[in-house]
Ligand binder design. Structure first.
Ligand SMILES: [Zn+2]
Length: 269
């Protein structure tokens, strides 16, 4: 039996952060992320015609992911489809000037209720491969549908969940992904920043955890799902350019290098 809940380096847990709206406070938050060695995804608004300072944005978000949040931060499920297209495509065009690579992530603006099936279809047509909601699950499960990626919790609710995540870090039964979202403009006082620092202190520096951006998680899980596996599960081919790890029979972690075919030993029982 093969299971996919293993991440780069054979790690069994993942932590990611996702912050919306692109605020100047992102600079202090990123400095903290860098200090603690964690990765964040930052969902920014705007279009090319806004004359944003591209170089400033590039410098601010260096080492982290830039991702879409639409141009005007409206309710996508209340718009004509063509407006959803414009809001997404124009936003991508700006962010790709900053990032200098394809920007294919999104977080739906406004509300947990601001997207629907039609909006998801438009996202696909605009080349968006993942989109985060604000529906906190309070759990640690991997997303089933990347265009409806529900986070674990907002940072204000992360305190006790950090302890739960770390207590169960070796458990087979607990989900592997702790996904925290928020807005850096919510950090108004030093106490607010201290709360965030406390969360980072708890979750950082753990060799059992992979610290990744949203897109890195999408990319890795997509590569895992692209594995081509013989029916008796003894031959595994990785056709992608991304090395992946899998678990066999709940006990063995197996590394499948990019582009290689691996033959696993058959259990003789
Ligand atoms: Zn927002």
């Amino acid at each position: 039996m093969i299971e996919f809940h293993v991440f780069p380096g054979g790690k069994k847990r993942v932590v990611t952060f996702s912050y919306d709206d692109g605020h100047v406070n992102d600079e202090r938050l990123i400095a903290m992320f860098n200090q603690y060695g964690v990765k964040g995804t930052f969902h920014l608004n705007g279009s090319v015609s806004d004359n944003k300072d591209i170089e400033m944005l590039k410098k601010r978000y260096e080492g982290h992911e830039i991702s879409c949040h639409t141009v005007n931060h409206g309710w996508l499920n209340r718009m004509p489809y063509q407006s959803v297209v414009n809001e997404t495509v124009s936003n991508r065009l700006l962010l790709e000037r900053v990032a200098k690579h394809p920007v294919v992530g999104m977080s739906y603006p406004c509300s947990y209720a601001a997207y629907n099936e039609a909006v998801k279809q438009v996202m696909k047509m605009c080349g968006i491969v993942y989109a985060r909601t604000t529906k906190s699950t309070m759990g640690f499960h991997l997303p089933d549908d990347f265009l409806e990626w529900h986070p674990t919790c907002h940072h204000k609710d992360a305190g006790e969940l950090c302890d739960k995540f770390l207590t169960n870090i070796d458990s087979y039964w607990t989900g592997p992904l702790f996904y925290i979202w928020g807005h850096s403009h919510e950090f108004k006082t030093e106490e607010d920043w201290a709360w965030m620092e406390n969360i980072l202190e708890k979750l950082s520096g753990n060799e059992k955890i992979w610290y990744a951006t949203n897109f890195e998680i999408y990319q890795y899980m997509t590569a895992q799902k692209s594995l081509i596996i013989s029916m008796d599960e003894t031959i595994v081919y990785n056709p992608t350019s991304i090395p992946v790890w899998i678990e066999k029979d709940k006990k063995q972690t197996i590394y499948i290098p990019a582009g290689e075919m691996i033959t696993l030993e058959r259990d003789e029982d």
